[in-house]
Design a protein around this ligand. Structure first.
Ligand SMILES: C[C@H](O)[C@H](O)[C@H]1CNC2=NC(N)=NC(=O)C2=N1
Length: 95
């Protein structure tokens, strides 16, 4: 069971790199914009495999070349270390 993130400073590098706090929720979000649909879907495919590996899954949607991601941990009803991990991984995958 994931525990709520106590070290909020861990969010700072993410917030400086395009992630934002989601209003009204203990969650972070980011909009990823790619060159085309194939790149957007390729990102989602690679991120989905990491989500399975981490057993931690994003809330996300895709319209053409845009992927909107929200990360939070349902098990602890807020942000956990897993959200930080998945956010970092997504930034890596998006290049
Ligand atoms: C049983 C399983 O480990 C849990 O339901 C996992 C799966 N993926 C998850 N993903 C997210 N975002 N939050 C969770 O609390 C969560 N829990």
């Amino acid at each position: 069971m994931a525990e709520k993130l106590t070290d909020r400073a861990a969010l700072e590098p993410l917030l400086a790199n395009g992630w934002h706090s989601v209003e009204g929720r203990d969650a972070i979000g980011k909009r990823f914009v790619f060159r085309n649909f194939v790149e957007a879907f390729g990102f989602m495919t690679r991120a989905a495999l990491w989500a399975e590996k981490l057993d931690h899954h994003p809330e996300w949607s895709n319209v053409y070349k845009t992927v909107d991601v929200v990360l939070t941990t349902h098990d602890c009803d807020g942000l956990s270390e897993l959200d930080v991990k998945l956010a970092r991984k997504m930034d890596q995958l998006a290049g």
